[in-house]
Write a protein that binds this ligand. Structure first.
Ligand code: DAK
Length: 258
Protein backbone atom coordinates (compact mmCIF):
# COMPACT_ATOMS: atom_id res chain seq x y z
CA UNK A 1 0.00 0.00 0.00
CA UNK A 2 1.13 3.54 -0.72
CA UNK A 3 0.66 6.93 0.92
CA UNK A 4 -0.77 8.48 -2.20
CA UNK A 5 -4.21 10.07 -2.28
CA UNK A 6 -5.24 9.49 -5.89
CA UNK A 7 -3.33 6.35 -6.89
CA UNK A 8 -2.40 3.01 -5.35
CA UNK A 9 1.03 1.48 -5.82
CA UNK A 10 2.75 -1.79 -5.03
CA UNK A 11 5.86 -3.52 -6.34
CA UNK A 12 5.87 -7.26 -6.89
CA UNK A 13 7.87 -9.66 -9.05
CA UNK A 14 9.88 -6.90 -10.74
CA UNK A 15 6.70 -4.98 -11.66
CA UNK A 16 5.82 -1.59 -10.20
CA UNK A 17 2.04 -1.28 -10.27
CA UNK A 18 0.26 2.08 -10.39
CA UNK A 19 -3.54 2.07 -10.20
CA UNK A 20 -5.53 5.23 -10.77
CA UNK A 21 -7.86 5.45 -7.82
CA UNK A 22 -10.74 7.92 -8.12
CA UNK A 23 -13.35 5.42 -9.31
CA UNK A 24 -16.34 7.58 -8.28
CA UNK A 25 -15.43 10.10 -10.98
CA UNK A 26 -14.14 7.49 -13.43
CA UNK A 27 -10.54 8.22 -12.36
CA UNK A 28 -10.72 11.76 -13.76
CA UNK A 29 -7.16 13.03 -13.83
CA UNK A 30 -6.76 15.98 -11.51
CA UNK A 31 -3.44 17.73 -11.08
CA UNK A 32 -2.76 15.82 -7.87
CA UNK A 33 -3.18 12.49 -9.62
CA UNK A 34 -0.84 13.45 -12.46
CA UNK A 35 1.81 14.56 -9.93
CA UNK A 36 1.42 11.33 -7.98
CA UNK A 37 1.69 9.20 -11.14
CA UNK A 38 4.93 11.01 -11.95
CA UNK A 39 6.30 10.65 -8.44
CA UNK A 40 5.53 6.93 -8.40
CA UNK A 41 7.03 6.39 -11.85
CA UNK A 42 10.21 8.25 -10.96
CA UNK A 43 10.51 6.18 -7.76
CA UNK A 44 10.11 2.98 -9.75
CA UNK A 45 12.60 4.25 -12.31
CA UNK A 46 15.21 4.53 -9.53
CA UNK A 47 14.29 1.26 -7.82
CA UNK A 48 16.52 -1.80 -8.27
CA UNK A 49 13.53 -4.00 -7.48
CA UNK A 50 11.34 -2.80 -10.37
CA UNK A 51 12.05 -3.52 -14.04
CA UNK A 52 8.68 -2.71 -15.60
CA UNK A 53 5.99 -0.18 -14.66
CA UNK A 54 2.33 -1.07 -15.07
CA UNK A 55 -0.43 1.51 -15.22
CA UNK A 56 -4.12 0.66 -14.85
CA UNK A 57 -7.37 2.07 -13.47
CA UNK A 58 -9.59 0.98 -10.60
CA UNK A 59 -13.32 0.59 -11.05
CA UNK A 60 -15.25 0.87 -14.33
CA UNK A 61 -12.47 2.21 -16.51
CA UNK A 62 -8.89 3.35 -16.98
CA UNK A 63 -9.90 7.04 -16.88
CA UNK A 64 -12.40 9.45 -18.43
CA UNK A 65 -9.85 12.19 -19.05
CA UNK A 66 -8.80 15.30 -17.21
CA UNK A 67 -10.97 16.41 -14.30
CA UNK A 68 -13.45 18.76 -15.96
CA UNK A 69 -14.54 20.25 -12.61
CA UNK A 70 -10.96 21.27 -11.91
CA UNK A 71 -10.35 22.48 -15.47
CA UNK A 72 -13.56 24.45 -16.00
CA UNK A 73 -12.30 27.70 -14.44
CA UNK A 74 -8.71 27.50 -15.67
CA UNK A 75 -7.30 30.22 -17.91
CA UNK A 76 -4.21 30.35 -20.09
CA UNK A 77 -2.19 32.17 -17.45
CA UNK A 78 -3.05 29.74 -14.63
CA UNK A 79 -2.17 26.78 -16.87
CA UNK A 80 1.22 28.37 -17.59
CA UNK A 81 1.83 29.47 -14.00
CA UNK A 82 1.02 26.03 -12.61
CA UNK A 83 3.56 24.61 -15.03
CA UNK A 84 1.14 21.85 -15.88
CA UNK A 85 2.97 20.63 -18.94
CA UNK A 86 6.17 19.85 -17.02
CA UNK A 87 4.80 16.65 -15.47
CA UNK A 88 3.92 15.37 -18.92
CA UNK A 89 7.43 16.18 -20.16
CA UNK A 90 8.88 14.22 -17.23
CA UNK A 91 6.70 11.28 -18.15
CA UNK A 92 8.52 11.05 -21.46
CA UNK A 93 11.83 10.72 -19.55
CA UNK A 94 10.93 7.53 -17.68
CA UNK A 95 13.61 5.00 -18.65
CA UNK A 96 11.89 1.76 -17.72
CA UNK A 97 9.21 0.29 -19.95
CA UNK A 98 5.65 1.30 -19.09
CA UNK A 99 2.79 -1.08 -19.84
CA UNK A 100 -0.75 0.28 -19.85
CA UNK A 101 -3.53 -2.19 -18.99
CA UNK A 102 -6.61 -0.40 -20.26
CA UNK A 103 -10.27 -1.22 -19.71
CA UNK A 104 -13.41 0.84 -20.21
CA UNK A 105 -12.80 4.47 -21.14
CA UNK A 106 -9.41 5.99 -21.96
CA UNK A 107 -10.50 9.46 -23.00
CA UNK A 108 -8.78 12.79 -23.49
CA UNK A 109 -5.86 13.13 -21.08
CA UNK A 110 -6.22 9.45 -20.21
CA UNK A 111 -5.75 8.51 -23.88
CA UNK A 112 -2.70 10.80 -23.87
CA UNK A 113 -1.42 9.01 -20.78
CA UNK A 114 -1.98 5.68 -22.50
CA UNK A 115 -0.09 6.93 -25.55
CA UNK A 116 2.89 7.67 -23.28
CA UNK A 117 3.02 3.97 -22.38
CA UNK A 118 5.41 1.75 -24.33
CA UNK A 119 3.03 -1.19 -24.64
CA UNK A 120 -0.75 -1.22 -24.35
CA UNK A 121 -2.86 -4.25 -23.52
CA UNK A 122 -6.56 -3.47 -23.65
CA UNK A 123 -9.74 -5.21 -22.64
CA UNK A 124 -12.18 -5.78 -25.48
CA UNK A 125 -14.51 -3.22 -23.85
CA UNK A 126 -11.87 -0.47 -23.95
CA UNK A 127 -12.81 2.75 -25.74
CA UNK A 128 -10.22 5.33 -26.70
CA UNK A 129 -11.01 8.85 -27.82
CA UNK A 130 -10.36 12.55 -27.71
CA UNK A 131 -13.61 14.26 -26.65
CA UNK A 132 -11.82 17.59 -26.09
CA UNK A 133 -13.45 19.03 -29.21
CA UNK A 134 -16.87 18.61 -27.55
CA UNK A 135 -15.67 20.82 -24.69
CA UNK A 136 -14.39 23.58 -26.94
CA UNK A 137 -10.74 22.70 -26.41
CA UNK A 138 -8.20 20.29 -27.97
CA UNK A 139 -5.64 17.83 -26.61
CA UNK A 140 -2.75 19.56 -24.87
CA UNK A 141 -0.61 16.72 -23.56
CA UNK A 142 0.66 15.22 -26.79
CA UNK A 143 -2.58 13.76 -28.21
CA UNK A 144 -2.43 15.35 -31.65
CA UNK A 145 1.25 14.44 -31.95
CA UNK A 146 1.38 10.87 -30.63
CA UNK A 147 -1.89 9.77 -32.25
CA UNK A 148 -0.81 11.17 -35.63
CA UNK A 149 2.56 9.39 -35.41
CA UNK A 150 0.84 6.10 -34.61
CA UNK A 151 -2.31 6.08 -36.72
CA UNK A 152 -1.40 8.61 -39.44
CA UNK A 153 -2.96 11.93 -40.41
CA UNK A 154 -6.20 10.58 -41.90
CA UNK A 155 -7.50 8.75 -38.86
CA UNK A 156 -6.03 11.26 -36.40
CA UNK A 157 -7.95 14.10 -38.07
CA UNK A 158 -11.18 12.07 -38.13
CA UNK A 159 -10.97 11.02 -34.48
CA UNK A 160 -9.82 14.43 -33.23
CA UNK A 161 -12.41 16.40 -35.26
CA UNK A 162 -15.33 14.19 -34.23
CA UNK A 163 -14.35 13.13 -30.69
CA UNK A 164 -15.42 9.64 -31.77
CA UNK A 165 -14.63 6.76 -29.42
CA UNK A 166 -12.58 3.92 -30.93
CA UNK A 167 -13.13 0.38 -29.69
CA UNK A 168 -10.21 -1.91 -28.80
CA UNK A 169 -10.51 -3.89 -32.08
CA UNK A 170 -10.12 -0.71 -34.15
CA UNK A 171 -7.29 0.52 -31.93
CA UNK A 172 -5.54 -2.80 -32.53
CA UNK A 173 -6.06 -2.46 -36.28
CA UNK A 174 -4.36 0.95 -36.31
CA UNK A 175 -1.41 -0.16 -34.18
CA UNK A 176 -2.45 1.88 -31.15
CA UNK A 177 -2.52 -1.15 -28.85
CA UNK A 178 -0.50 -4.36 -28.77
CA UNK A 179 -3.26 -6.76 -27.86
CA UNK A 180 -6.96 -6.92 -27.02
CA UNK A 181 -8.11 -9.53 -24.51
CA UNK A 182 -11.26 -10.26 -22.56
CA UNK A 183 -11.79 -7.98 -19.57
CA UNK A 184 -11.35 -10.91 -17.18
CA UNK A 185 -7.91 -11.71 -18.59
CA UNK A 186 -6.62 -8.13 -18.87
CA UNK A 187 -4.39 -7.95 -15.80
CA UNK A 188 -3.19 -11.52 -16.16
CA UNK A 189 -2.14 -10.87 -19.76
CA UNK A 190 -0.53 -7.52 -18.94
CA UNK A 191 1.42 -9.13 -16.08
CA UNK A 192 2.49 -11.95 -18.42
CA UNK A 193 3.93 -9.35 -20.84
CA UNK A 194 5.54 -7.44 -17.97
CA UNK A 195 7.20 -10.54 -16.51
CA UNK A 196 8.67 -11.45 -19.88
CA UNK A 197 10.23 -8.00 -20.18
CA UNK A 198 11.30 -7.93 -16.52
CA UNK A 199 13.31 -11.10 -17.13
CA UNK A 200 15.32 -9.51 -19.97
CA UNK A 201 18.64 -7.72 -19.37
CA UNK A 202 17.54 -4.30 -18.03
CA UNK A 203 20.21 -2.27 -19.82
CA UNK A 204 19.23 -3.72 -23.20
CA UNK A 205 15.60 -2.88 -22.48
CA UNK A 206 16.54 0.64 -21.39
CA UNK A 207 18.60 1.37 -24.49
CA UNK A 208 16.05 -0.22 -26.82
CA UNK A 209 13.34 2.03 -25.36
CA UNK A 210 15.55 5.10 -25.71
CA UNK A 211 16.47 4.21 -29.29
CA UNK A 212 12.89 3.53 -30.41
CA UNK A 213 11.64 6.79 -28.87
CA UNK A 214 14.53 8.64 -30.52
CA UNK A 215 13.65 7.00 -33.85
CA UNK A 216 10.10 8.39 -33.70
CA UNK A 217 11.58 11.84 -33.43
CA UNK A 218 14.44 11.74 -35.93
CA UNK A 219 15.65 11.00 -39.45
CA UNK A 220 16.90 7.49 -40.24
CA UNK A 221 20.48 8.80 -40.19
CA UNK A 222 20.16 10.54 -36.85
CA UNK A 223 18.30 7.60 -35.35
CA UNK A 224 21.01 5.20 -36.49
CA UNK A 225 23.77 7.34 -34.97
CA UNK A 226 21.92 7.14 -31.68
CA UNK A 227 21.30 3.41 -32.04
CA UNK A 228 25.00 2.78 -32.70
CA UNK A 229 26.06 4.62 -29.56
CA UNK A 230 23.65 2.60 -27.45
CA UNK A 231 24.72 -0.62 -29.19
CA UNK A 232 28.41 0.06 -28.45
CA UNK A 233 27.63 1.05 -24.88
CA UNK A 234 26.02 -2.33 -24.17
CA UNK A 235 29.38 -3.98 -24.94
CA UNK A 236 30.64 -2.37 -21.72
CA UNK A 237 28.01 -4.16 -19.67
CA UNK A 238 28.43 -7.32 -17.61
CA UNK A 239 25.14 -8.53 -19.07
CA UNK A 240 26.58 -8.57 -22.59
CA UNK A 241 29.46 -10.75 -21.34
CA UNK A 242 27.09 -12.96 -19.38
CA UNK A 243 24.53 -13.25 -22.22
CA UNK A 244 27.11 -14.31 -24.78
CA UNK A 245 29.07 -16.55 -22.39
CA UNK A 246 25.83 -18.31 -21.40
CA UNK A 247 24.99 -18.91 -25.06
CA UNK A 248 28.41 -20.43 -25.70
CA UNK A 249 28.24 -22.53 -22.52
CA UNK A 250 24.69 -23.64 -23.44
CA UNK A 251 23.09 -22.42 -20.21
CA UNK A 252 20.55 -19.83 -19.15
CA UNK A 253 22.03 -16.35 -18.62
CA UNK A 254 21.90 -14.76 -15.19
CA UNK A 255 21.54 -11.04 -15.86
CA UNK A 256 22.51 -8.53 -13.17
CA UNK A 257 21.51 -5.25 -14.81
CA UNK A 258 25.13 -4.08 -14.73
N1 DAK B 1 -14.07 14.95 -15.07
C1 DAK B 1 -14.78 15.01 -13.90
N2 DAK B 1 -15.77 14.13 -13.58
C2 DAK B 1 -16.03 13.15 -14.46
C3 DAK B 1 -15.30 13.02 -15.68
C4 DAK B 1 -14.29 13.98 -15.97
N3 DAK B 1 -13.53 13.91 -17.09
N4 DAK B 1 -15.81 11.96 -16.36
C5 DAK B 1 -16.77 11.44 -15.57
N5 DAK B 1 -16.90 12.14 -14.44
C6 DAK B 1 -17.83 11.89 -13.32
C7 DAK B 1 -19.26 12.27 -13.72
O1 DAK B 1 -19.49 13.63 -13.54
C8 DAK B 1 -20.06 11.41 -12.75
O2 DAK B 1 -20.02 11.99 -11.48
P1 DAK B 1 -21.37 12.06 -10.57
O3 DAK B 1 -22.38 12.71 -11.42
O4 DAK B 1 -21.68 10.60 -10.31
O5 DAK B 1 -20.94 12.82 -9.36
C9 DAK B 1 -19.22 10.12 -12.66
O6 DAK B 1 -17.91 10.50 -13.07
C10 DAK B 1 -19.72 9.01 -13.58
O7 DAK B 1 -19.79 9.54 -14.90
P2 DAK B 1 -21.13 9.45 -15.80
O8 DAK B 1 -22.35 9.40 -14.93
O9 DAK B 1 -21.04 10.53 -16.82
O10 DAK B 1 -20.93 8.01 -16.46
P3 DAK B 1 -21.48 7.52 -17.86
O11 DAK B 1 -21.19 6.07 -17.93
O12 DAK B 1 -22.89 7.99 -18.09
O13 DAK B 1 -20.59 8.28 -18.95
C11 DAK B 1 -18.48 9.03 -19.94
C12 DAK B 1 -19.20 7.97 -19.03
C13 DAK B 1 -16.99 8.75 -19.87
C14 DAK B 1 -18.96 8.88 -21.36
C15 DAK B 1 -18.81 10.44 -19.40
O14 DAK B 1 -18.56 10.47 -18.00
C16 DAK B 1 -17.99 11.49 -20.05
O15 DAK B 1 -18.26 11.91 -21.18
N6 DAK B 1 -17.00 12.01 -19.32
C17 DAK B 1 -16.20 13.13 -19.74
C18 DAK B 1 -15.21 12.76 -20.85
C19 DAK B 1 -14.35 13.93 -21.18
O16 DAK B 1 -14.84 14.86 -21.85
N7 DAK B 1 -13.17 13.97 -20.62
C20 DAK B 1 -12.30 15.17 -20.57
C21 DAK B 1 -11.62 15.39 -21.91
S1 DAK B 1 -10.58 16.82 -21.87
C22 DAK B 1 -3.61 19.28 -19.78
C23 DAK B 1 -3.38 17.97 -20.11
C24 DAK B 1 -4.44 17.17 -20.51
C25 DAK B 1 -5.73 17.67 -20.55
C26 DAK B 1 -5.95 18.97 -20.20
C27 DAK B 1 -4.89 19.79 -19.82
N8 DAK B 1 -2.51 20.15 -19.38
C28 DAK B 1 -1.15 19.57 -19.30
C29 DAK B 1 -2.72 21.48 -19.04
C30 DAK B 1 -6.80 16.79 -20.95
C31 DAK B 1 -8.03 17.22 -21.21
C32 DAK B 1 -9.12 16.24 -21.30
O17 DAK B 1 -9.00 15.07 -20.99
Amino acid sequence: MSNYEFIETRAEGGIGFIELNRPKVLNALNRGMISEILAAMEDYDRSEEVQVIMLSGKGRCFAAGADIDEMANADSISIEMLNQFTDWDRLAWIKKPIIGAIHGFALGGAFELALCCDLLIAAEDAEFGFPEVNLGIMPGAGGTVRLTKLAGKTKAMEWLFTGKRIKAAEALHYGIINKAVSKELLLEEAVRFAKKIAAQPPLSIRFIKESVLKAIDSSIYEGMQYERKNFSMLFSSQDQKEGMRAFIEKRKPDFSGR
